[in-house]
Design a binder for this molecule. Sequence first.
Ligand code: AMP
Ligand code: MN
Ligand code: MN
Ligand code: MN
Length: 289
Amino acid sequence: MLDKIDLHTHSCYSDGYFTPQQLIEYAQKHNVKLLALTDHDTVDGVAECQHYAMLAGMHFVTGLELSVNWRNHALHIVALDIDIENVNLKDLLQQQQLMRTQRAHIIAKKLAKLGVENALSKASKLTQGKVIARPHFAQVLIDEGVCKDMKSAFQRYLRRGRPAYQATNWVTLADGIKVIQDAGGVAVLAHPLRYKLTRTKLSELLTDFKDFGGTGMEVIAGLSSNDEISHLSTLCQKFDLVASVGSDFHGEKVTPHSMKQLKTLPNGCSSIVNKLSISALLNFDGEKR
Ligand code: AMP
Ligand code: MN
Ligand code: MN
Ligand code: MN
C-alpha cells in the first residue's frame, strides 16, 4: 500500500484558509506523509511550508497550481518539484498576478453594477496583499449577506456564464508547461473531470497535454468516486501519463473531507512520485527509482 500522499493543497497565500503551519499540522493529523503546497499562480508560501514540513518530519515537494488557457477553456496545471527561484517561472507568475489584479478590478466593477459596492477593497482586506482569487469575492458576497455559501456565490455570480465572470488571458497550456519544465518541474493536469469537457474534448486535451510535455494527471482529485478513479486511471494509461493524487484542500470550512478521506491510487497506476526528485529518498510501495 502507498503511504498517504497529497500533491495538491492550498494555503492563505492563495485561496486556502490555513497558514502553511496550520496546513502542515492538519496534514500531519490526517496522516499525510508527503505533501505539496500548490497555491494558485504563486510560490510565495512554499519556503514557509517547507520549513514547517521539515519540523514535522513530513516529506515535502515544491509546487503551484498554474492557471492556463487551452482553446476557450481555463484549466489548472499542478506544477511539482519546481525550482521556486527560476527566473522564467518568477516572470510568468508575476504576469499571472498582474492579470489577477486586472481581473479583480473588472469583477468588482461588475459586482458594483449588481449592487455590491466596494467588493475589491473588501476582498483585498481578506487577502492582505496575497493572491486574489474568485473565492475571496465569494467570501465578500457571503459576508455581505448576498449569498449563503461559496457554492451559490459561484453559481449565481462568479462562474463562467454568470454576471460577474471575467475571462482571463492566462498563459497558454503549451507555454505554461514549457516554463514548468524549464524550472525543473513536472506538469500534472489538475482535476480533469471538473472542466465538464465531452469525452472527445477530454481526449483532445490529453493528447495536446502529452504532446506539449505534460507528465501526469490527477487520477484522484479531492473526493473522487471509485468510478471516476477507474475512468481516470484508464485514461492515464491510454495517454501514457502517470497518476497523481491531490485533495485540493482549501481549509476545514471549504473542503472538510477532502484530505481526511483522501484515497490511495489503485493498483496498476504508475505513480507521479517516481518522477519526483524526492523519490530517491522514499520507498513508496517498495519501489525505488
Ligand atoms: P480563480 O483561480 O481566481 O479563478 O479561482 C478559482 C478557484 O475558485 C478554484 O480553485 C476553487 O477554489 C474555486 N471555485 C471555482 N469554481 C467553484 C465553484 N463552482 N464552487 C466553489 N468554488 C469554486
Ligand atoms: Mn482554489
Ligand atoms: Mn484547480
Ligand atoms: Mn486547487
